[in-house]
Ligand binder design. Sequence first.
Ligand code: ZN
Ligand code: ZN
Length: 728
Amino acid sequence: MDATVSPGVVRVALDVPLRQLFDYAPTADSVPAPGMRVRVPFGRRSLVGVVLETAPASELPPQRLRCVAAVLDAAPVLDAATLDLLRWAADYYHHPIGEVLAAALPAALRAGQPALEPPRLWRTTAAGLEALAAGEPRRAPAQRALLQLLGDGLTEAQLAAQRPGWREAARQLSARGWAQRVHAPEPAPPPPQPAPAPSREQAAAVAEIAGALGRFGAFVLHGHTGSGKTEVYLRVIERALARGEGALVLVPEIGLTPQVLARFQARLAAPLAVLHSGLTPAARHAAWRRAASGEARIVLGTRSAVFTPLPRLGVIIVDEEHDASYKQQEGGFHYSARDLALVRAQRAGLPVVLGSATPCLDTLHNVALQRYRRIRLPRRPSQPEPPRIALVDLRAHATKIGLSTPVLQAMERHLHADGQVLVYLNRRGYAPTLLCTACGWTAPCRDCDARLTVHQGRRELHCHHCGAVSALPSACPTCGFPVRPVGQGTERIEESLQQIFPAYPLVRIDRDAVRGRGELQAAIERVNAGAARILVGTQMITKGHDFQNMTLVAVLNADQGLFSADFRAAERLAQTIVQVAGRAGRGTRAGEVLIQTEYPGHPLLQQLIREGYDGFAAGALAEREQARWPPFSRLAVLRASALTAQDPHEFLLQARERAGRPRGLTLLGPAPAAMPRRAARHHAQLLIESRSRAALHGFLGQWLPQLAQLPAARAVRWALDVDPIELF
Ligand SMILES: [Zn+2]
Ligand SMILES: [Zn+2]
């Protein structure tokens, strides 16, 4: 191969943990454009990468410059705007660009499969129908069976699932003119349903946001559950569609129910693509293709959908913007889809809407700085008064397996008056501890600094941190005495309530009782149809589900977030309480909310109850300012883990030494994580704090590339988290 005659080089991003692009000489016949995929040799391997740039020449010596093996696309799979966003994200999160691109592309594209080809359909021809009627093909049962199966058409994926080895029979049918392969027609969206008349406030919100179409603007749509935020989204999207533009709608990971999807589909006269983590790779690829090709005008999706290319995007909506699932916590690339939605809108010059009943404190700070414009959506006149919230002092009242007398009495009253009751406890399983009363043994996880949770129904012990499962012992392994579960989880609350209120059917919603979107939807429908009168649930029930007749909400344990080392714990607790309380009094009746606590005098709880979320937020922001926590400073955390406790500590110590004394920055640590041993690994962290975003990122940009060379780096896994939302 002679690189000197080629027109230049292409710079390729590869899914490898190296912070650089790789130069390749283009093939003789074509120079791939930025955004196209190529197959290239890398060491002894062959990898699929994305071209990010072309350049006149490489700094590599010509003999080391290798050649692109194949250009996989005729047109870019990632448009300029998406590439721009991905490069921004790689810079900001200080993460290798190749891994950032890998997070954005469906697995099928990363594997080098054709990108934009629509799905193919096989169907019977008229001649095929005649042949079938005449009893043909007589001697080829496989062909005959396939011909009978095809009918109006099946996609190749469907065929592969139903008839392994179908391809040979299809080829023969095609050769005889009895079957043909065609483009699958896209089902036309049903005619849109008429929209309800908007309230004056909804109409004003729509006018203001839609007035910003075509330029950047950040709007915070702040309204209680049930105040009609979705109606505002739908009308803004209609206005964008009328301009020939599309919309990107982000929802939290478990907020995307068939209910939500059906509402969007019923109202909007435009093809819609759905992207979430529950899709099969093929379905994900198909949805991505429809979005990227411009066939789908609206994308409704969870976190990673923020990277979907969408030609003529007009508006971005982030529903429940406070939700923690927008932050990627797994793997090495810790991005915030909410923050990237803002960046995307700003760089593309279009409006972005952040909707929530409990906007996150960072968002409210941006409102105060007038970077974002807040639009409040008040309660509609048809809605009941806000629920009455009261604290139940657990020190003053007797409890029966975690349920205090006032809560049980209120339940009785509401159930008797035909109401429905929601019991919230953010702890799944039967009991958080298995205890031997004779010797004090508690069942520990072998691999974590944590106790195992009792799952009575399955007769198992589960670790909620590493996923370990073991059989439930009936006797103490050290002394042989009987053991018993201590404390309450949702499974035990369900059991107790069934004993106390045997006449009222109950449904439990948590990750053990409800698996997948379909089961969740069925459980919600049982509640709304009145088939269940008591609902016991975890965090899962707080995410945007509508319950029509819920009159009482009981929060069983509010204390988990009150004394946490994590500065965001109080904010999360307040959001949870407001979100759970928002389920009460949804129909026409006013609701009642009872919060069990051992600390009824805690200033946070008091502020939240007396002044609502706004009052709480003002107080919490003032505290953050004093303590110099975000949003009044910028944080990054370097986390490391290894099989020994010394290795991560040593690595972080070396990293800290390498940092020297950077100006305008504070380094805190290294310190062990809140749970030092998790999944058989020891975890530690080093916190980097600065008043100045520029100072922090300037430092990270210099420091981070050096860390891989530290002597202790080989012994640890490490990752940087910029703007961490949890410190653990
Ligand atoms: Zn014992
Ligand atoms: Zn564990």
